[in-house]
Design a protein around this ligand. Structure first.
Ligand code: TMP
Ligand code: ASP
Length: 241
């Protein structure tokens, strides 16, 4: 792998080219960052776990007609994906108030939202991934109106299916972040990853607000037992898929 020149190295993944320009190989790392990489660490086994969970969830979404970049998983921490031009947007869907929504609005953590909230953040670490208004999004020409509508509809559909799936795993899908891209035929595909790094997942059988956390918030907030939480999510996902 290391002899092949990487195309891009992100905080949690490395992208390699393949012989087919339409296909990329993604290598999931154990590296963990938070707060726009101001906090760095490692979560042992995370690469394999996130790759396995993301592959399972992409396949689930494909099976209900949601187009994703997923092709296959040639190794436990490697995923082959369709090459896409990524929209520089972090699309966050929230079912329950947590994280920056609580910090920025004063809503209490755990409040069930009357309907899922879809938000767009600019994918730019230097600027701190700011929340965008739709006017700012169009001003920056980040997507057309039609693309934004399509992204929003797809994000809500992903939420419906993931929420139901995780519920069967005794996990509450609090919120999550998605990324989208266009393939060479300008088809909109769900890209990046869906994993305990990019979702807030609460154990539905646990009422203690710290003990119920099964996602990257354990790392962000120094709650301990990070690896075992990721393992727990993996086991529950594999048992239900
Ligand atoms: P937030 O409450 O910090 O805005 O996060 C909302 C969701 O998005 C949460 O599930 C974590 C996820 N997320 C990422 O995947 N990457 C990020 O860079 C950030 C800030 C959040
Ligand atoms: N992924 C982001 C970072 O590394 C933020 C986060 O997940 O909290 O900085």
């Amino acid at each position: 792998m290391s002899e092949v020149e990487k195309i891009y190295e992100g905080k949690a993944k490395i992208l390699y080219p393949t012989e087919d320009p339409e296909i990329l190989l993604t290598y999931y790392k154990d590296d963990a960052t938070a707060f726009n990489a101001q906090k760095r660490g490692q979560i042992q086994g995370k690469g394999e776990i996130n790759c396995t969970v993301a592959a399972a969830l992409f396949q689930l979404l494909e099976s209900v007609g949601i187009a994703t970049h997923y092709i296959d998983r040639p190794a436990p921490n490697q995923m082959r994906v369709r090459a896409v031009k990524i929209f520089p947007l972090e699309v966050v869907v929230r079912n329950i108030a947590a994280g920056s929504l609580c910090r920025q609005t004063g809503l209490p953590e755990g409040k069930i939202l009357p309907q899922p909230l879809v938000e767009f953040y600019l994918k730019n670490d230097e600027l701190g991934d700011p929340l965008l208004s739709s006017d700012r999004l169009f001003l920056l020409e980040l997507a057309t109106k039609e693309q934004l509508t399509q992204i929003q509809e797809m994000a809500l559909k992903v939420n419906d299916h993931l929420r139901e799936f995780f519920w069967r795993c005794d996990i509450i899908l609090v919120d999550f972040k998605l990324e989208f891209g266009l393939d060479s035929s300008s088809r909109l595909l769900l890209a990046d990853e869906i994993s305990p790094d990019t979702c807030r997942l609460w154990d539905s059988q646990e009422t203690d607000p710290l003990a119920r956390v099964l996602d990257k918030d354990r790392f962000r907030r120094d709650l301990g037992a990070v690896e075992s939480a990721y393992q727990e999510v993996l086991q529950r996902v594999l048992a239900q898929i």
